[in-house]
Design a protein around this ligand. Structure first.
Ligand SMILES: *Cc1c(COP(=O)(O)O)cnc(C)c1O
Length: 229
């Protein structure tokens, strides 16, 4: 097996071990392979090893890879910062967006989603690290934003996403992730039908599984270190 196939298998083993360690059964955890800065050939290698869902952070890079790999019929997730003037190519080419921070961006994505495609699947990004992070909607504003996004015709609101400030100790990593889980359950209690908690990266995968993640976004542990953003 090649390096990427080996890494994919090792990452799935980490997820399974964490599910057992924290006594989690269903729902399971799906694996999003984050391929930003990596070549189409590397994505092809991961796809040959059975990986179907890929995450990209930069609009143009992502759209180019999607076109180059169209024959593989992969599932593409946009997970990077999204300016409202760059929404059109995302609405036209991606299946998911994890990084909705404001209503204006969501409204544009909904208006620009082509009629022949299924609704764009979206998550709201929440800032659970306060001052240490610049991205994401403030926790106090998530409910109102979620209700407005859920009402848009061409989007399907699936859940929440966060990128917590990095921390070394697992107990420290778990605090912001637990905060995201609490907000997720508040929204569900308010009647929103959500099924996705997008949290966990290469460094905090175990902490994320412990706090109920349903989708981890893993780059480095699958594709190796990134050279340049
Ligand atoms: C780059 C990135 C990841 C993957 O990070 P790794 O530490 O390489 O696993 C996950 N989520 C987002 C939003 C990212 O930008």
């Amino acid at each position: 097996m090649g390096r990427i196939a080996d890494n994919l298998q090792a990452t799935k083993a980490r997820i399974d071990a964490a599910l057992r360690r924290f006594g989690r059964a269903s729902p399971g955890v799906s694996l999003l392979a984050v391929s930003k800065t990596k070549s189409a050939a590397e994505v092809r290698e991961a796809a040959a090893a059975g990986q179907r869902a890929f995450g990209e952070n930069y609009v143009q890079e992502g759209v180019e890879k999607i076109a180059e790999l169209a024959d593989l019929k992969l599932e593409w997730h946009f997970i990077g910062p999204l300016q409202s003037n760059k929404t059109r190519p995302v609405a036209e080419h991606f299946d998911w967006v994890h990084s909705i921070e404001r209503l204006k961006t969501a409204e544009r994505l909904s208006a620009q989603r082509p009629a022949d495609l299924p609704p764009l699947q979206v998550c709201i990004e929440v800032n659970v690290s306060g001052e240490a992070s610049k991205s994401g909607c403030a926790p106090a504003e998530v409910l109102a934003l979620a209700q407005a996004v859920a009402a848009l015709p061409r989007l399907q609101l699936r859940g929440l996403m966060a990128i917590p400030a990095p921390a070394d100790a697992e107990s420290e990593q778990r605090q912001p992730l637990a905060r995201l889980r609490q907000i997720y359950h508040q929204l569900r209690s308010a009647g929103l039908e959500l099924d996705t908690l997008s949290m966990g990266m290469s460094q905090d995968l175990e902490a994320a599984v412990a706090e109920g993640s349903t989708m981890v976004r893993i780059g480095t542990a699958i594709f190796g270190e990134r050279n340049q953003a």
